[in-house]
Design a protein around this ligand. Structure first.
Ligand SMILES: [Ca+2]
Length: 125
């Protein structure tokens, strides 16, 4: 009887593990299928204010990335659904100006601020 009970427990734990794995895999699948430009987990940049104009999204999994030419020193607005870091290179590779970006941060008008300087995005400063 005792053996049966522990066997059931193991099966329950395995079932819970499988569900947890499925749940953690779901957001990635959903975001890949989303037609929206801004997916969960991304930091998206726009050339215009109020999230208008050309846009580009960065994901922490991309690592360090130089922003596309259209957005170089030309970010009008941004929305962050991930933590990251905006970088303005003063002198590569040792002098840079940075801004920490937190999940949930956004700016409708950013060009008059650091958006007019952004060269790259990275997972951390
Ligand atoms: Ca710059």
């Amino acid at each position: 009887m005792k053996a049966t009970t522990s066997g059931t427990r193991i099966a329950t734990v395995m079932g819970a593990l499988a569900l947890a794995m499925l749940a953690s895999a779901m957001p990635a699948t959903a975001s890949t299928a989303s037609p929206s430009a801004h997916r969960a987990g991304d930091i998206c940049l726009w050339t215009g204010k109020d999230f208008s104009g050309s846009s580009w999204c960065w994901n922490p999994g991309n690592g360090y990335v130089d922003v596309p030419p259209a957005l170089h020193d030309n970010v009008g607005s941004f929305m962050a659904h991930a933590d990251g870091c905006f970088i303005n290179w003063i002198s590569v590779p040792d002098r840079k100006e940075t801004r920490v970006v937190r999940n949930g941060d956004y700016r409708k008008v950013y060009k008059n601020d650091f958006g007019g300087k952004i060269d790259a995005v990275a997972p951390r400063c």
